[in-house]
Design a protein around this ligand. Structure first.
Ligand SMILES: O=C(O)CCC(=O)C(=O)O
Ligand SMILES: [Fe+2]
Length: 290
């Protein structure tokens, strides 16, 4: 049998904030805050913008205020923007370019690429193959091996970023080094998503929690991501040169609810097409029993 006693050992640093939150959130309270089935299907429309903190990745190294913002994001907002993240702008541009090229291909041609057995398929299929309106189609010659290697490089860089970020989570929460890092799977699963305009009363992606540890999301300029915070829907609009980070159920679970997983959905109401590139990081199951 496996029992969870205390989720974390704390380090020597000041842990008062962490402990305060640990003591103030018990499981019953937390489960009452979970979304009810009625809320899941209600036609949610955000009226306000979520005040998710913008965390500067470089500043985290030397500015304790940045660390406090991170703490706030982890235990309250459930979302943050990551700036100064160091991912090569050219790589990002190329990811955007090839994704657009891929999604404009005629559906039959996209389907032909389904059998390609590269890194992408191995690590989780990056692209969806659902057909779009014919008017979107624009034929092109795609070098799928190049696309594959490009995404492989991107996943690698985002994975490094995620692992660095998780080590800052440990500092923000006052945890012993490695307490989270040793448990997060060091391989992201990459998606490249394309949304047509969402019809009224439909979803681009219906409300859900991400299941893993954390998700690092690049989104284009269309907007449409929404999150629920304290029973209200907020939009999470794009902020130039940042990624959106949100926390999943596993992180909430192993932190006894100290870290907040956030219920979110997507509706694209502003652009003919919306692209996003979430990278999901899960739990390293080998480590679950100790
Ligand atoms: O497209 C987005 O902005 C988010 C997608 C999402 O929430 C998901 O795939 O889990
Ligand atoms: Fe999600």
């Amino acid at each position: 049998m496996f029992t969870l006693s205390f989720a974390f050992k704390t380090s020597n640093r000041d842990t008062s904030n962490y402990l305060r939150h640990f003591l103030s959130i018990n499981h019953k309270e937390k489960s009452m805050r979970k979304i009810t089935p009625e809320e899941k299907f209600k036609n949610a429309r955000a009226k306000k913008v979520l005040s998710a903190p913008v965390i500067d990745m470089e500043r985290l190294l030397y500015d304790s205020k940045e660390n406090e913002k991170l703490y706030e994001a982890l235990v309250n907002a459930g979302f943050l923007y990551l700036s100064n993240h160091g991912i090569d702008k050219n790589l990002i541009q190329e990811i955007k370019r090839v994704s657009a090229e891929f999604y404009h291909l005629p559906a039959s041609k996209r389907k032909e690429l389904e059998d390609f057995k590269g890194n992408l398929i191995h690590d989780g299929s990056a692209f969806s193959l659902s057909p779009f309106a014919k008017s979107i189609e624009k034929d092109a010659n795609i070098d799928i091996e190049y696309v594959d290697s490009l995404f492989y490089k991107y996943i690698g860089e985002i994975t490094n970023l995620a692992l660095r970020l998780v080590s800052f989570f440990e500092i923000a929460l006052g945890l012993e080094k490695g307490r989270l890092l040793n448990r997060v799977e060091p391989h992201g699963v990459q998606n490249a998503l394309c949304y047509e305009r969402t019809p009224p009363k439909k979803w681009g992606v219906p409300g859900h929690y991400d299941n893993g540890f954390l998700t690092i999301l690049m989104q284009d300029d269309a907007g449409g991501l929404q999150a629920m915070s304290k029973d209200e829907w907020f939009s999470i609009p794009p902020v130039k040169d940042t990624f959106v980070v949100n926390f999943g159920n596993m992180l909430e679970h192993i932190s006894y609810g100290v870290v907040t997983a956030t219920w979110h959905n997507v509706r694209n109401t502003s652009a003919p097409l919306r692209w996003s590139w979430p990278t999901f990081f899960g739990k390293w199951f080998l480590h679950i029993f100790y």
